[in-house]
Design a protein around this ligand. Structure first.
Ligand code: NAD
Ligand code: MG
Length: 372
């Protein structure tokens, strides 16, 4: 991602990153109070009409602001409010979006605006990819997780009763507008869950960034705007760079699953919704660091650093006792596996990934050390 000059008239300056994907390139704008800036929002909406998709939690907080700013900028606005929750990331909600778009005579030039967390962003992006064979969409992420992770990369979709994110499309937004002030209303657990993906970006791809997060973790937990804006920008830059090199998950993009093999096992072993995804990933990163050390890829001090940072972010560092056999079963169904062996994204050293299969005895040693 390339850093562009920001507008010197705006104080404080929003950061603008450009995700370089040829004709599908788009800007990520990061800064406080961007939702008040109707001109900024309207700049990314070509036609005269926008349909804002949000949910019952986010609507009372930010819908009037965004809709008002767009109307003031001369756009016609349709408001679509869905029920809140991962359990509503399904075809029924998708169909509610299509119903509202058709009832309001939205045509090919209508831009969909996703106002909310990753659930709204994924579902709205997928709706945009298929409504009238594709209409433009803009991401307005309002959770830390969606600002640093799900709004960047073009993966959109919904869940199926037989699997998460099983129905979807790669579809890039026209722009991502990340207003850091929206994080002020986020519940603390959701903030910590987003920090897990921030820590992941440092651990796997940038040791200097990891050290910066260590020095600033208290400011991040306290939602200090400047620290937060830097972390969001650096994380988006790292993710955008991976996506630019591997838009459709041919290989490199797999490194973003650091901590996720253990994390997915925790989420599905405890039942989805028990631990938040970011909580499971936080603990999963500690386990992946432990495994890296057991294979001689990093030293014990690195494991201690990962554990301390995950803990300081307000995330769990002790894994739930699912039973050794169940743990191994759950990790064996992970998407990354080929030909039976479980593949792990490990550290070699901190700040760079190593993808490898692992001897079963070593994996069992990590489970014994990390599970209580
Ligand atoms: P979420 O969208 O469920 O949001 C979490 C909660 O916070 C919800 O209750 C939401 O209504 C509420 N909320 C949102 N913004 C708020 C605000 N500013 N103030 C107060 N409350 C607010 O969860 P999430 O963590 O943002 O996203 C998780 C989803 O993202 C999952 O469905 C996951 O599959 C998906 N995801 C997608 C990608 C991708 O590449 N597309 C990557 C990671 C995750
Ligand atoms: Mg994740």
């Amino acid at each position: 991602a390339q850093r562009l000059a920001s507008d010197p008239m705006n104080e404080p300056h929003p950061t603008i990153l450009n995700v370089e994907l040829g004709e599908r390139s788009y800007p990520i704008v990061i800064g406080p109070n961007l939702l008040d800036d109707g001109a900024l929002l309207a700049r990314h909406i070509d036609g005269g009409k926008a349909a804002i998709v949000t949910n019952t939690t986010v609507a009372p907080l930010y819908l009037a602001k965004v809709a008002g700013a767009l109307r003031a900028a001369g756009r016609e606005v349709v408001e679509i409010v869905l029920p809140d929750g991962e359990e509503h990331k399904n075809w029924q909600s998708l169909n509610l979006v299509f119903d509202a778009l058709l009832a309001n005579k939205c045509d090919r030039k209508t831009t969909l605006v996703a106002l909310g967390g990753g659930v709204i962003g994924d579902l709205t992006g997928f709706a945009a990819s298929s409504y009238m064979r594709g209409v433009p969409f803009v991401q307005v992420p309002t959770t830390l997780l969606s600002q640093v992770d799900s709004s960047v990369g073009g993966k959109t979709g919904i869940n199926h009763p037989l699997g998460k994110n099983m129905i979807g499309a790669f579809y890039q937004p026209r722009a991502v507008i990340a207003d850091t002030a929206t994080l002020d209303t986020l519940p603390p657990r959701e903030l910590s869950a987003g920090l897990a993906e921030v820590i992941k970006h440092g651990a796997i791809l940038d040791a200097d960034y990891f050290a910066w997060i260590e020095r600033n973790i208290d400011k991040l937990v306290a939602r200090e705007p400047e620290a937060m804006a830097y972390a969001i920008a650096r994380s988006c830059e790292i993710k955008a760079d991976v996506v630019r090199k591997d838009e459709r998950e041919g290989g490199l993009r797999a490194v973003l699953n650091f901590g996720h093999t253990f994390g997915h096992a925790i989420e599905s072993g405890l039942g989805y919704g028990n631990w938040l995804h970011g909580e499971a990933v936080g603990c999963g990163m500690v386990m992946a660091a432990d495994l890296s050390a057991r294979l001689g890829l990093v030293d014990g001090a690195t494991v201690d650093r990962v554990r301390a940072l995950v803990k300081a972010a307000g995330l769990p560092v002790v894994a739930p006792d699912l039973g050794e056999q169940r743990w191994i079963e759950l990790m064996s169904v992970d998407k990354k596996n080929e030909g039976g062996a479980i593949k792990f994204i490990l550290l070699k050293p901190l700040g760079s990934p190593s993808i490898t299969t692992v001897p079963l005895e070593v994996l069992k040693a990590t489970l014994a050390a990390c599970v209580h």
